[in-house]
Structure formats: C-alpha cells, structure tokens
Design a protein around this ligand. Structure first.
Ligand code: COA
Length: 208
C-alpha cells in the first residue's frame, strides 16, 4: 500500500470485483480504454483467480483515506523484469472525477513503479482526444513517444492513439515535488508519535 494525504493505493481484493464490474461495464469509460463495455462478474472472478499470483501485473484500488470509499482503479501491467518497464492505466469512477483524484492516484501508481518495483520506464497508450487523461499524464511528467494511426475501432470508427512514457531518471528529478503534491508519507521516517517514545539519548538499536 502507498498512502498519500487524500488517497491511498491498495491491492485489489476479490471483494472489489463488483466495483470493477461497474467500471468495466461503463460505455463511456471503456471507450477511453479501447475495450468493449461487457464483462460479467463470473469472468472477472475467473480472471482474478487466474492472475492472483501473476508477477507481471499489480492491480490496485484507489481509496479515499478519510472515508474508505473506492474512487477508482490503477493497474501496472506487462511488468517486464528484464527491460524493467511496464504499462500503467487508471480509471476514476465518474462520480469522483474532476476532484484531482486522477492526478493524485496516477502519481501514486508511478511512484509505486519507480520507487517500489525499481522500473526504468513506464508507458501508456491514450486516445489522441483524451484531454483529461493527457493532463493527468503530463502533470506526472509523461511525454509523447509516438502516434499510432487508426489504432482502435471505437464508436463506429477507427481512431488514433498516442503512446507516452516516463523514465526513472526523469522521475527522480520531479519526485520530491510530486510526493509533496500527493502528501506521500515516507517510510524512511518514523511517524512523530513513534519517535517521541524514545528519549533523544537512548540507543534503540538491537545489541549485536
Ligand atoms: C482520465 C481520468 C483518470 C482523469 O481523472 P479525474 O479524477 O477526473 O482527473 P483530475 O480531477 O485529476 O483532473 C485532471 C485534469 O483533467 C481536467 N479534466 C477533468 N475532467 C475533464 C473533462 N471532462 N474535460 C476536460 N478536462 C477535464 C481537470 O480540469 C484537470 O485539469 P487541470 O490539471 O488543468 O486542472 C478520468 O477522467 C477517467 O477515469 N476517465 C475514463 C478512463 C480513462 O480515460 N482512463 C485513461 C485511459 S488512457
């Protein structure tokens, strides 16, 4: 789990499949995802069982810290340990869009990829006209890598897509700023309340 001030990223559990089912059957959302808005609960359950031990993907739920509400999902897929790269994607539930959750959730996912999985490159594919998506990705430092002509058949016609990416050396330059933006709690430091338990001059290390 990675926790920011407002949102946290936690592993997707079987109990989240009904939430996922709702997102994956939304025509508008799936249009931006180049996928058919058709997935049964049974299909999702089967996929969940099949992939639960699959190390080439990490599926997360984005959860509001204050309420525990699930506001979206974020996935790292095609995790490639040799080339140290993966694809990232995000969906924010329509009811929670436009509140900054897309930006915050996406940054938490990027952080997980670079700072936890030690990836070298993260990439994504978006519809050329997906402006909210583009704003989110540019905010997190992603840059256009190329254009894929007539890549997807959506809503009765072929449309162009773009691929964007971010490298670890670029992430390192902006991560302090982005960590601050999401209010990331660093595990490097003990929370103040824990530190207060130990007097300043007491050595709390275990004797060797
Ligand atoms: C893309 C998506 C994740 C953005 O989530 P969100 O929570 O609405 O995003 P935020 O509130 O963080 O807003 C991000 C930016 O997009 C803008 N935005 C949000 N909705 C918008 C809309 N309908 N039209 C234009 N801009 C919009 C916001 O104003 C903000 O811009 P700013 O940085 O200039 O203020 C969300 O719209 C979504 O899930 N869409 C469907 C699935 C999808 O497209 N996924 C990405 C596939 S590549």
């Amino acid at each position: 789990m990675i926790k920011g001030r407002t949102l946290q990223l936690r592993a997707l559990e079987k109990a989240d499949l009904l939430f996922l089912h709702k997102l994956h059957n939304n025509y508008k959302t799936m249009n931006y995802f180049f996928e058919e808005p058709f997935e049964t609960v049974r299909e999702l359950e089967d996929l969940y069982e099949k992939h639960v031990h699959n190390s080439t993907e990490r599926r997360f739920v984005l959860e509001e810290v204050a309420t525990g509400n699930s506001v979206g999902v974020l996935s790292l897929v095609e995790i490639d340990e040799i080339n140290r790269k993966c694809e990232i994607d995000i969906i924010i539930d329509e009811r929670f869009q436009g509140r900054g959750y897309g930006k915050q959730g996406f940054i938490l996912g990027v952080k997980y990829g670079f700072d936890v999985l030690n990836l070298f490159k993260m990439y994504l594919v978006l519809l050329a006209h997906n402006e909210p998506g583009r704003k989110v990705y540019q905010f997190a430092g992603f840059k256009k890598e190329g254009r894929l002509k007539k890549e997807f058949f959506l809503n009765g016609k072929y449309v162009d897509a773009e691929r964007m990416c971010l490298f670890d050396y670029q992430w390192k330059k902006i991560k302090v700023q982005l960590n601050e933006y999401v209010g990331f709690e660093s595990p490097d430091e003990l929370p103040l309340r824990s530190r207060a338990k130990y007097p300043a001059n007491q050595d709390v290390r275990l004797a060797s």
